[in-house]
Design a protein around this ligand. Structure first.
Ligand code: PNS
Length: 164
């Protein structure tokens, strides 16, 4: 039986930093389930269905990656899909505190599930979905920072915002 990992997040939207991590994870694990959080309390810039479809399009070349969404506790979702590993990215020291808290809380909730941290390539260490959205909404160029389908979606999003 292969080792399955869950890579959870908001992915609002997916960036090349996330994709770099998925590539790294798919070398280490037999299946990587990219799980988009359904957060009823937090409206993203992109609706959940679009975040999932952008991820599906962006991960077409990664056969070990599957895209899904989840609600509720991450550890419950990981158990449901038969994953004993949670993958998260660490870009810089500033990520550490939040990630450390989450990893230890998840361990308390489910001792069998281990969180594994992967570092993205250096060129993505400053990259975040929030920054990409800000730059794109102000007309800046995000080429090379997000997959082409996301760059398109960001342009459409900006066009809609300008009209409203
Ligand atoms: O991309 P993000 O927003 O940093 O991802 C955060 C995510 C989705 C990993 C986190 O909010 C999460 O796991 N939410 C599910 C609810 C849960 O299990 N909370 C307790 C974890 S400490």
């Amino acid at each position: 039986m292969g080792v399955k990992a869950v890579y959870p997040g908001s992915f609002d939207p997916v960036t090349n930093g996330h994709l770099d991590l998925m590539q790294r994870a798919s070398v280490l694990f037999d299946e990587v389930v990219v799980a988009v959080l359904k957060n009823p309390g937090k409206n993203g810039a992109f609706p959940l269905s679009q975040r999932v479809s952008l991820l599906q399009e962006a991960t077409r070349g990664l056969p070990r990656v599957r895209v899904d969404s989840f609600a509720g506790l991450l550890v419950d979702y990981a158990s449901q899909v038969g994953a004993r590993v949670i993958v998260r990215g660490l870009r810089a020291v500033s990520d550490f505190e939040y990630e450390f808290q989450m990893a230890l809380m998840n361990r308390r909730l489910s001792a069998e599930i281990e969180t594994v941290y992967l570092m993205p390539a250096e060129q993505y260490t400053y990259l975040s979905s929030g920054l990409v959205k800000e730059v794109a909404s102000l007309g800046g160029c995000v080429d090379g920072l997000v997959p082409a389908c996301v760059a398109r979606a960001l342009r459409e999003f900006r066009g809609k915002e300008e009209k409203s």
